[in-house]
Every structure is written in C-alpha cells, then in structure tokens.
Design a protein around this ligand. Structure first.
Ligand code: ADE
Length: 226
C-alpha cells in the first residue's frame, strides 16, 4: 500500500513512521509513506498557502490553488482509492474503518491547518473526511499519523504473528484481556494462577471472561453495537 500525505509541516511526520512496526512495514516493502510538502506549491514570491477568509472572521484558510495543484500532480502519477481530509467534523475513526482502508492500494491524505481548507477542495477533490475524536488539534498531521498507524499494522505480513491484530481490542467487539510477563510474583503481586497451568482451553476461557468483564465495566456501549 502507498500512502501520500500532503502537509505544510513535513517535519511533524518524520518520526512516526521511522520506528517500530511502521518502520518494519516499510522495510518489508508492504507500506510506502510519502510525505508531500505543500509549501513549494505556494503562490508568489513568498509561496503563500493561506489567506483571510471571505466574510471576515479570525483565522487563516488554506488556499485552493496550492492544494489543487499538489493533488492534481499526485493524481497524474497514480490513481487514489480515497482522498482523505483529516478534520474534527469528519467520520469518526474506529477499528472497522481502519480495517476497510487497509484493503486499499493508494491513499492520499490531506492535513489542514489554521481554520481549515477552502471548502471547494472538500467538495471537488476529497472523497472521505476522517476525525480521530471529538477534540480539536492544531493540525491534521498527528491525526494522519494515527490513521496511517492504525491502517499500516493491519497489512498482511506487517505484524510478526499475523493473528495478533485479530485479537486486538475492538476487533471482536471486546476490549483486550489483561496480560502478564515474568516474574511470577513481584512484591507479593501474583500473576493469575490459570495463566501458569499450561491448560490452553482454560486460559482461553479465562481471557474471554476477562475481556467481557473489562468491556462491561469500561465500554458497555461496545456490547450493544452489532
Ligand atoms: N484536525 C484537527 N483536529 C482533528 C481531529 N480531531 N481529527 C482529525 N483531524 C483533525
């Protein structure tokens, strides 16, 4: 899968994909993340990318020309399954949406700043608008990094044990059960006995019970959704 990300702050997107699982996904050739700097598409001597909004009001708006020039140049090179705009008023990112997007070939993500982007970009280029939650961040870069991570780890072959993404919280509509590692006892705090029995049937039952208990206690709403 290839993901292009258009941003005014490429440096904000340098580190998130250079470590851990995202790094491995790229090294294995399963994921290619290309950060596209919008600044060179800016207008005039100062490479202007934003302007005051029509009708007045505080806050700058990202202009249509730099964005449309950048998007169209990228679209000439490949066709995108989705052109995604990260915005707090978009569809909420949940696991099923990440699952669906992980099946695509090419994605283009636009990060906004200031008051947002000229509405005509949303009307004429954007095919999906995604929010990572009901709070406002300073720009779309961190949300884009969240989205790419959520998608990238689902690509077949990215996780060492391919089944492990299947057992993530939310994948089966339940939160994950607790996990433990050595030592068996620390300051008198013990690992649950069942995990040390080697009885996999019992362990699976215990994990399922714990996942259910955790979901009931913390996110009962998950059990009501189908
Ligand atoms: N841009 C600013 N805040 C955002 C959010 N919560 N989700 C997606 N994009 C954003």
């Amino acid at each position: 899968m290839r993901i292009d990300i258009i941003t005014l702050h490429p440096e904000l997107l340098e580190s998130p994909f250079q470590h851990s699982i995202m790094k491995r996904a790229q090294e294995k050739g399963l994921l290619e993340v290309c950060v596209q700097d919008l600044r060179p598409y800016g207008l005039g001597k100062h490479l202007q990318v934003d302007d005051y909004q029509y009708g007045g009001g505080a806050g700058m708006v990202m202009m249509i020309e730099p964005l449309s020039n950048c998007i169209e140049k990228l679209q000439k090179e490949r066709s995108y399954d989705e052109v995604i705009y990260m915005t707090p008023d978009g569809e909420r990112l949940e696991q099923p949406l990440a699952n669906r997007l992980s099946l695509k070939e090419n994605l283009l993500i636009i990060c906004g700043h200031y008051k947002g982007i000229d509405e005509r970009i949303r009307e004429h280029f954007v095919t999906m608008e995604i929010s990572i939650g009901d709070y406002v961040l300073s720009g779309g870069e961190l949300p884009a990094a969240v989205l790419v991570d959520a998608i990238g780890r689902l690509l077949p072959g990215v996780l060492n044990d391919e089944t492990s993404a299947l057992f993530d919280s939310f994948q089966d509509g339940l939160l994950s059960p607790p996990v433990y590692t050595r030592p068996e006892e620390f300051r008198g705090w013990k690992v649950p006995d069942v995990l040390l029995t080697g009885n996999f049937k019992k362990i699976e039952e215990w994990r399922y019970d714990q996942a259910l208990k955790r979901t009931v206690e913390r996110r009962p709403g998950l059990l009501e959704e189908e």
